[in-house]
Design a binder for this molecule. Sequence first.
Ligand code: SAH
Length: 361
Amino acid sequence: MTEKIHIAGLSRAELEELAAGFGEPKYRATQVFKAVHERRLRSFDEITDLPKKFRARLEESAIISRLNVESKYVSTDGTRRYLMKTTDGNPVETVFIPSEGRDTICFSSQSGCPLKCDFCLTAKLGLLRNLTVGEIVEQIIIVLNDVYGVGVETPHGTNLVGMGAGEPFLNFENLISALRIMADEDGLFIVPNRVTVSTAGIVPRIYDLANIEDRPHMAISLSSASDELRDRLMPINKRWNLGELMSAAKEFEASLRRGERFTFEYVMLGGVNDSDRDANDLAGLLERYQLRRVKVNLIPHNGAEQLDYSTSSEERVARFKAVLESRGVSAYVRSPRGRDIYAACGQLAAKDSPSLVQIVA
Ligand code: SAH
């Protein structure tokens, strides 16, 4: 038997083709698209406005869901972490981060991650596999249903960040296809302007993204302005060094829309990359490449037993930020969310520990 088609990953055009194959008109495809993405229904049975015969044929050849929620953890700060599994048993993690008037869903693009960033727990998993288009889209459907209820319209301020497990730019085509499906106004209707994807520095894809008209915002994980240190912290730097990365960033800057900026993320590691000198080196690097339409997000390191780093003190982070600002660089501190349930940046490692308070199994 051939594998069933995962409906959540089909574009409108692909759905129309599928419907046409069953001798159904175009508007039937729109009905299915709306049922899956706008009403977020989870089985063909529930799409009662479709003819029975068409439903039966869909049932035979296609499937709506290929992700199962294994556990869900809720932090004291309201952050929720979902540990899901693909039908072939690979872990997928998604995080919901509530905040006044603007909730954020952080999705994963790969199961595990092939990059070996020394300070990140996901790196310890290695790459299990790329997620399919449908598996990316479905993460968001599942979270929206859990938080707001099935069929409730996506709240207007909902943001997406491609900052979960994996390197999105190593699964670039699926990422872009998934974002296009999610932007559709007959579906989730989360437009690219509400989406940010983060890369550790896959240089060719930065150039590619710059050329995509309906692209999301971009963040680059930098974490050091010195090649020597960055080689150690983020080995991807040995493939594309800071010079190559900054040249790509410069080109990306030229493609920004009116009023848009892009972000450099900088994980603050106590005593490693957080001195005044490090801050000055970072400001110097941005000056050398005349990067002006950028902001720096400082991320205090989130610890875990297997990681040999400590986080910078609050005073150190504040001082680092002040040095950047004194050199004309906008800098923000990302406050950690969901640390207690292993939901914060760099903590996604399919952790399913009994010591965590599990809400739903
Ligand atoms: N692979 C992509 C997407 C992951 S985004 C990337 O590297 O950009 C996750 C962000 O969290 C990255 O900026 C990463 O540098 C940061 N990060 C990783 N481990 C961390 C940790 N333990 N504490 C804080 N931030 C971490």
